[in-house]
Design a protein around this ligand. Structure first.
Ligand code: DOR
Ligand code: ZN
Length: 433
């Protein structure tokens, strides 16, 4: 087998270089060597036919849960990276709400070692902000950074203590690592199950008000402004949060933000339809919120899309609503969900790809990722924008079968994922010749 691979005649879209044209992409020695339409600069190569398909940088997920160590029944690094590859991702950043939590250099090294041996794509671990994720005492961010933490977060829980958040942001300013902020005022959200509003009333469940998120978005924007640190707001779910981020950006605050495919495409009404499979934190909100989030994404107020892939076991979800776990298994349906917005002309193809590639690379500060530039790692996603497929959770790579999209037909299918020059996922219709 030759050591070079030519991806032939795809529509190459790379927002980092403003490229959108039909061309060939040549990979050699695990790197991108050339994009062009003439004769490739090497003679011996294998060929992957991408005609009729989109060829773009491999997707980067800034926010997912791989659950190892401690919750291997929900997911492992092996199953989670397999799911990611099936979803077109070549890099995932995993959250530290494991058991024990990733709050030390040793824990980060554990994840990196398992990822090296058992993962099939790049795994960047995120370290905790506070010791034990308790929100009380700042963890040793410096030690974690030296052992591979790309960002810090207590995701799953907020950082209750504002002084801890303030000091984490000071650190982020000095070391240029984002603080990924799960914004939730626990007093306001207490025992909440779904968005506070019509649906919480109808279902007789305690609601989570928009203010539970927005009050903390506001607090932490203020702290980022004061410290000059970089706050990245995780899973933005309300119109009010988007407004706060918009104003903060105009004010020059170093704030970035992400939105999930489910908060863009589903609303609180879906909780009535899908029950615990649509139970997620922050909760699915209203139609007006999804419209505001889409607008914010199109205006670059929200910088990126992240999955918040939150796999759970069947038992975690097959129970009464207020005992069920929060979360949606999202790596394998992210593309299909987002393509539904493109087909309704609510999102452009270029913006979607940017939000999954160049955008997260920039939030992390990695210029060589999320791009098909010459010399960049050969991480590529090839997808069919129009191909229909049915979400069969039994075929998921993820152990988490918990998605409200189960059984639905989506358009937009990953056909091949290439990580460092090597195909890690191929649809049955794809062949290397
Ligand atoms: O729905 C969620 N699930 N939201 C979070 O913040 C945490 C996540 C999890 O870890 O299951
Ligand atoms: Zn979260």
């Amino acid at each position: 087998m030759p050591d070079s691979l030519l991806i032939r005649r795809g529509r190459v879209i790379d927002p980092s270089q403003d490229i959108d044209k039909t061309a060939d992409v040549l990979i050699k020695d695990q790197k991108i060597l050339w994009i062009g339409t003439d004769k490739p600069p090497v003679d011996d190569y294998a060929v992957l036919d991408a005609s009729g398909l989109i060829v773009c940088p491999g997707f980067i997920d800034l926010h997912c849960h791989l659950r190892q160590p401690g919750y291997e029944a929900k997911e492992t690094i092996a199953s989670g990276t397999w799911a990611a590859a099936r979803g077109g991702f070549t890099t995932v950043c995993c959250m530290p709400n494991t058991n024990p939590p990733l709050d030390s250099g040793d824990m980060l090294n554990y994840v990196r070692t398992v990822a090296f041996h058992e993962g099939i794509i790049r795994v960047f671990p995120i370290g905790c902000i506070s010791v034990g994720r308790k929100g009380e005492e700042l963890a040793d961010l410096n030690e974690m950074e030296m052992n591979g933490a790309v960002a810090f977060s207590d995701d799953g829980s907020p950082v209750k203590n504002a002084d801890v958040m303030r000091r984490a942001l000071e650190y982020s300013r000095d070391f240029k690592r984002p603080i990924i902020d799960h914004c939730e005022d626990l007093a306001l959200a207490k025992d909440g199950q779904v968005n506070e509003g019509v649906v919480s009333l109808e279902m007789g469940l305690k609601g989570i008000p928009a203010a539970a998120e927005e009050s903390m978005v506001k607090r932490d924007i203020d702290l980022a402004k004061e410290t000059g640190g970089h706050v990245h707001i995780a899973h933005v779910s309300t119109a009010g949060s988007a407004d706060l981020i918009r104003a903060a950006k105009e004010d020059g605050v170093h704030v970035t933000a992400e939105v999930t495919p489910h908060h863009l495409t589903l609303t609180e009404d879906d909780v009535i339809k899908y029950g615990t499979l649509a139970k997620v934190n922050p909760p699915l909100r209203t139609k007006a919120d999804t419209i505001a989030l889409l607008r914010a994404l199109n205006d670059s107020v929200i910088d990126i899309v992240a999955t918040d892939h939150a796999p759970h076991t069947k038992a975690d979800k097959a129970c009464v609503f207020d005992k069920a776990a929060f979360g949606i298994s999202g790596l394998e349906t992210a593309l299909g969900s987002l393509v539904s917005l493109i087909l309704k002309s609510e999102l452009t193809l270029n913006n979607m790809i940017a939000a999954l590639t160049m955008g997260p690379a920039r939030v992390l500060g990695y210029a060589k990722l999320g791009t098909l530039e010459t010399g960049a790692p050969a991480d590529v996603c090839i997808f069919d924008l129009h191909k229909e497929w049915t979400v069969d959770v039994e075929k998921f790579g993820s152990k988490g079968k918990n998605t409200p999209l189960a059984g639905q037909t989506l358009k937009g299918k990953v056909m091949s994922t290439i990580y460092m020059g090597r195909p890690v996922y191929m649809d049955d219709a794809m062949k290397i010749g």
